[in-house]
Write a protein that binds this ligand. Structure first.
Ligand SMILES: NC(=O)c1ccc[n+]([C@@H]2O[C@H](COP(=O)([O-])OP(=O)(O)OC[C@H]3O[C@@H](n4cnc5c(N)ncnc54)[C@H](O)[C@@H]3O)[C@@H](O)[C@H]2O)c1
Ligand SMILES: O=C(O)[C@H](O)CO
Length: 320
């Protein structure tokens, strides 16, 4: 089988495929191929190893109906029309659960960074503005004993909740499509309505997928319902919050601050006013970016390709 990868992929995954006799070609340029360029390129391949790039809509998928598999090297699959792929007959796989710990760690990092204005303090040092002696200056917020609200208590939300409970003895509330009895038992978490989540969270962390239902959900009206001392965290997808509304909400004191690993669009413009706020911490979508996790993600995507080549059941086929 001949596989085209949309980026240079971690060696673990590439070597695994090569050992299985699969020929892997990687797109090595920094710019992403346009959908038309990618569709043209794929005429010479039987499988797509998607490690980032442009969104894959029905029109693109129709042009690639010969593919035996599209293997995503991500947990999220909002970048592809899975329903269209199913109708066209292209199986799509992802890497569910593999990036969860590393991504929960980034959410944990962001909430502490916002609570203590860490990114802003770093910028001040670079600007020769170290010298604060006033005991009322530089004040942050303690997280100990506060309430973490998780929107979407799945793989990542559950790990974050456990981290917060162990490190800061935080109380856990959550809202999910369905109550999660197992998590409630392990975390002593309480299921609440979306409105209660907004009203009662000191830190509100978003972990749902980006879907038509979650898109733009965190708008000005929603931020208005949150505590003025609360911290908004999003490591899921930038499309879930409205960035202008988020900026206004912090400026107007509707919430205390925000930590984002995902923005809308990506990359975020360096001129975005959010970047100038002391209680904001923004990272360039690095949730899964550790050597260990990226290696494991690349391996599971490779295993899916190998299974497709052998005509075996795919380890992590997206069914919906
Ligand atoms: N920043 C990163 O690098 C990074 C890494 C991995 C995943 N992600 C993102 O994080 C998301 C979550 O990943 P996960 O592995 O925890 O997924 P998951 O499927 O295990 O958990 C998502 C949870 O959200 C719930 N949910 C979905 N829609 C909802 C809604 N409208 N209201 C309430 N709850 C809803 C689901 O029931 C589920 O419990 C992914 O979809 C992906 O977009 C980001
Ligand atoms: O969904 C994921 O796994 C990450 O966001 C990387 O795309």
């Amino acid at each position: 089988m001949k596989v085209f990868a949309t980026r240079v992929i971690p060696a673990e995954g590439r070597i695994r495929m090569e050992q299985a006799g699969i020929q892997v070609t990687e797109w090595k340029e920094k710019r992403s191929l346009s959908p038309d360029e990618l569709a043209d390129t794929l005429k010479a391949y039987e499988a797509l190893y998607y490690a980032g790039g442009k969104a894959m809509n029905r029109d693109f998928l129709n042009k690639c109906s010969h593919l035996k598999i599209i293997a995503l090297m991500s947990a999220g699959y909002d970048n592809i029309d899975v329903q269209a792929a199913k109708e066209i007959g292209i199986p799509v796989t992802n890497v569910p659960g593999v990036p969860s710990k590393s991504t929960a760690d980034v959410a944990f990092l962001l909430m502490q960074s916002v609570a203590r204005k860490a990114f802003y303090m770093h910028k001040r040092i670079l600007n020769h503005e170290w010298g604060f002696s006033d005991p009322t200056a530089n004040l942050g917020i303690d997280l100990e004993g506060k309430t973490l609200g998780v929107w979407g208590l799945g793989n990542i939300g559950t790990i974050l909740a456990r981290r917060c409970q162990r490190a800061f003895d935080m109380n856990i509330i959550y809202n999910n499509r369905h109550p999660n009895a197992e998590a409630e038992k392990v975390l002593n978490a309480t299921y609440v309505s979306f409105e209660e989540l907004l009203h009662n969270s000191d830190v509100l962390s978003v972990h749902t997928a980006l879907t038509p239902e979650t898109k733009g959900r965190f708008n000005k009206e929603v931020f208005r319902e949150m505590k003025p001392t609360s911290i908004f965290i999003n490591t899921a997808r930038g499309g879930i919050h409205d960035e202008t509304a988020l900026y206004e909400a912090i400026q107007e004191g509707l919430i205390w601050g925000a930590g984002l690993d995902v923005t809308n669009p990506e990359p975020m413009s360096p001129d975005n006013p959010l970047l100038s706020l002391p209680t904001v911490a923004i990272l360039p979508h690095i949730g899964s970016a550790t050597a260990e996790t990226r290696g494991k993600m690349s391996l599971l995507a490779a295993e899916n390709i190998i299974a497709a080549a052998k005509g075996q059941p795919l380890p992590s086929l997206i069914k919906s």
